[in-house]
Ligand binder design. Structure first.
Ligand code: ZN
Length: 141
């Protein structure tokens, strides 16, 4: 499957090599009823190796999740076989129910119906903290 074979869908490009799988998981793509291709360690002239995710369906994806996993990724939106939008991703200020707090004493561990909310506290180092207990979250953990 290449970009030309997608009629309606999304291509997430320039994902840092090795993070494609994590993004695939966090986006819940294994539970979606559509064809998805996860292509890992592709040679890229721009950034060495990269991962690519191609979704051959018109589903909506959570841009905050993409931004959290890799703010340098680009999202190409394909409609009727044409690239209609190329979107740059930014590091989100807030994450709601993307990751879970690892602190067993955190209120979100006790009150299961509470949203897991993390705020970006250090943009340079991409550090997120739980808004309830301030436990740090790191990419991939
Ligand atoms: Zn917490």
């Amino acid at each position: 499957m290449n970009i030309d074979s997608i009629t309606n869908g999304i291509v997430i490009d320039h994902i840092t090599a090795g993070r494609g799988m994590l993004l695939y998981d966090l986006l819940g793509l294994n539970n979606k009823d559509c064809s998805v291709a996860l292509i890992m360690r592709v040679n890229s002239r721009k950034c060495g190796k990269k991962d690519i995710i191609k979704i051959d369906s018109n589903i909506s994806v959570d841009f905050d999740v993409i931004g959290y996993v890799d703010p340098n990724a680009t999202v190409n939106i394909i409609r009727d076989g044409k690239l209609i939008e190329k979107r740059n991703i930014e590091l989100p200020e807030k994450l709601t129910n993307v990751i879970k707090c690892k602190n067993p004493r955190c209120i979100t561990s006790v009150e299961q119906e509470l949203d897991n909310i993390f705020k970006l506290t250090d943009k340079e180092n991409m550090v997120y903290r739980c808004i309830y207990c301030e436990t740090k979250a790191k990419i991939g953990k």
